[in-house]
Design a protein around this ligand. Structure first.
Ligand SMILES: C[S@@+](CC[C@H](N)C(=O)[O-])C[C@H]1O[C@@H](n2cnc3c(N)ncnc32)[C@H](O)[C@@H]1O
Length: 346
């Protein structure tokens, strides 16, 4: 299998895969390869996607690569009927530089060849047939429907370039839901992108009239994101709110310690359960887990949550294991927009 991850996090992913019996056989910027497995790989944290049973295809030129990818596709699809749109995804590793242009050129040639051979099938390829290089060239809008984590991945054609003369081609891919999000000029911080991405992982976002307790809110990216959807937010942080979160009529700013905030007695008009707990504190992750997340869940103070834990000097894989053991229903992802941190949703 070929796993995709954020460049620089290959070894975290490798450690996450090891207990599943998956040993890394090769890796590069933003990808690693393992033998195929029957293990369940649908709920990984550091993987962004996995190409199932990929075939390695090599070629010296754009034309040779496109022709070989087409041969592989035609051969593997011989007994298939294409009646509905199918995903065609050309993708590339983070390095070497310029790989995105190579992949784009091969995709263009491949698509032209496919049109000549099977024009109806080519028309059904999922638009836009664009390169989602890593990082993807186009920020993604929010999915209109909840993310589906079906154990039966859709069949299509998934091509990932790991070198100028080398691509891995698969007919099936499991996606773990990470995606690059579009920024908003009024968003007070880059953290805004994380919460927008996390909604897609959960398959839900705050709605008008819902209540949000945002712990560690400043400068207000997460609060702004919820208020933008019409939710009422209590933003708890000693720091100042900025831009679209400052003086926002839907946001009440409480300069308080998040560890002491009690939504059942808050003078800011909070109530329990809040529809949402947001928590993005720069604090020791075990302290946050032990003294905020677990008590809030135990006391049923929130119906849904999105929590970002910063690993800092903590071993991320040990922390991940602990989070999964203590909150088995949480979905944990290293988001596209996460750095030394991961995000829990539930
Ligand atoms: C990464 S920032 C949050 C960014 C925010 N989610 C956004 O979208 O703009 C972390 C915040 O945690 C706050 N923080 C750290 N410890 C806190 C505590 N005990 N109580 C309240 N806020 C705290 C910091 O003041 C800082 O503003």
């Amino acid at each position: 299998m070929l796993f995709r991850c954020q460049p620089g996090y290959e070894l975290h992913l490798e450690r996450e895969l090891r207990p599943l019996g998956l040993a890394m056989t090769d890796n590069g910027g933003g990808w690693l390869q393992t033998p195929d497995t029957a293990a369940d790989i649908s709920d990984l944290c550091f993987a962004h996607a996995a190409l199932l049973s990929p075939q390695e295809i090599t070629g010296e030129s754009v034309n040779a690569l496109a022709a070989r990818i087409l041969d592989h596709f035609l051969e593997s699809a011989r007994a298939e009927r294409f009646e509905t749109p199918w995903p065609l995804v050309f993708d590339c590793a983070a390095t070497p530089d310029g790989l995105g242009r190579r992949a784009a050129a091969v995709e263009k040639t491949f698509t032209a060849l496919l049109r000549k051979r099977m024009s109806r099938v080519a028309r059904l390829a999922t638009p836009p047939n664009r390169i989602s290089s890593f990082p993807p060239s186009t920020p993604q809008p929010l999915p209109s429907s909840p993310q589906s984590f079906s154990p039966f991945p859709p069949r299509g054609l998934f091509v990932c370039f790991t070198g100028f003369q080398r691509a891995h081609v698969a007919r099936e891919r499991i996606s773990h839901g990470q995606r690059r999000m579009a920024d908003d000029p009024l968003a007070p911080s880059r953290s805004y992108l994380k919460i927008e991405e996390a909604y897609g992982i959960l398959g839900r976002e705050p709605a008008a009239g819902e209540t949000v307790a945002d712990l560690g809110a400043a400068p207000g990216g997460w609060s702004y994101s919820a208020a933008k959807r019409g939710a009422r937010v209590i933003a708890v942080d000693n720091g100042p709110l900025k831009a679209g979160a400052l003086d926002n009529p839907l946001i009440t700013h409480l300069r308080e310690d998040a560890f002491r905030f009690d939504p059942t007695t808050s003078p800011a008009g909070g109530k329990a359960p809040a529809d949402w707990l947001f928590c993005d504190l720069v604090e020791d992750p075990r302290h946050v887990l032990e003294n905020i997340i677990l008590p809030w869940l135990d006391r049923r103070w929130c119906r849904r949550y999105i929590v970002n834990l910063k690993f800092g000097r903590t071993d991320p894989i040990a922390l991940l294991k602990e989070v999964r053991a203590r909150i088995p229903t949480a979905r944990v992802r290293h988001l596209y927009h996460d750095r030394e941190e991961f995000t829990l949703v539930g």
